[in-house]
Write a protein that binds this ligand. Sequence first.
Ligand SMILES: [Zn+2]
Length: 418
Amino acid sequence: MASVGSHSLENYRFKKLLEELKSKVGRGTELISLYIPPGRPIHEVVNGLWQEYNTASNIKSDRTRRNVQSAIERVIQKLRYFKKTPENGLVIFCGAIPQDGEGSERLEDYVIVPPEPVNISYYGCSSRFFLDPLYELLREKESYGVIIIDSSEASFGIISGRRMELVREITSGIPGKHRAGGQSARRFERLREMELNEFFRRVAKYADELFLGRDDIKGILVAGPGPTKYDFLDKDYLNYMIKQKVIGVVDIAYTGEEGLREVASKSVDILRGVRHMDEKRIVQRFFKEATVGGGLAAYGEDEVRSLITRGLVETLIISEGVDRIRVTVECGICGYTYKYTVRGADLYASEAELSRSRCPSCDNQSLKIKEKKDLIDEFIELAEQYKVNVELISTETEEGEMFLKGFGGIAALLRYRV
Ligand SMILES: [Zn+2]
């Protein structure tokens, strides 16, 4: 298996599957969505489905009743493959999907073991599949450490995807800003300053304990309601290894649990920025190599494909915005085959043209499309076969946009100069 860069390949594939499912539309309410949470016994689900089957016998329209009942039967049949519910639960979509206009429905089913636990129990019939809980899984999954600090307390938390956890809370013991009567203002300030520094030292020590050496923590956010958080950062109490992981400072109104929730909702842009940093780095490296003479870079579909198969590519860089289809054509008479690439939008016109073309080998009008494959998938499979790293680049950054527009979105970093 090829190693995968910042953008996980599984994530990309899962996203594509969801997009495909999203495009499926049935007639009326004929599409079944079934969510089985971890731990729920399969036989219990099957019993429930037989009840739904009986209820469906009341549906007035013959065709709808037939379609819904056969979909339920199909789901039950699929469940027979499972002795027990998988650890992350199980999701099944099934229903009659029109393939090409009225009356062309075909029963389709999709059995999905989610990449993370999906803890909902759901059965529903609609004209579309119910996908929201699966889309939820596509959100950021990296973990971030959070330090919330003001002069009276500090909280430490971890945010990973939708989950957040308050790990520890400490108080500073520093009295409020109002000094006791009889105390000199300067002495009060000096004492307060000392106590604050002592508190900062403790906060830094807890940060070490909680975040140091945890490779799963991609970055650290420092937050708080007042200026104390800046003070804390300026005074350099944090271990340098933690300090270099600080990716942002967030202004919030609360501390503790409430504050952590605020950080999670306010830091979406910061976290997206971090994800983009990895992408930018790889694209910039490519730009640099591509613009010097004899650099270790190449681009263009044919060029990169050929370099991969010759074992010369270290990293394949491919844009998610590449919208092209790799078509395999075969002659029905002499068996001659060839491949070509077409833009997604031109596929239909290209098929029509093919039906009017003659076979380059036997000259008959007998060319047929044997296979259609997303170009990104073709390249990823090729990369896996040749043990090449893959970096998927979004089009959400300026670099990503330039990479797609200026270089066609397919490039390679090379092992050797060629
Ligand atoms: Zn032929």
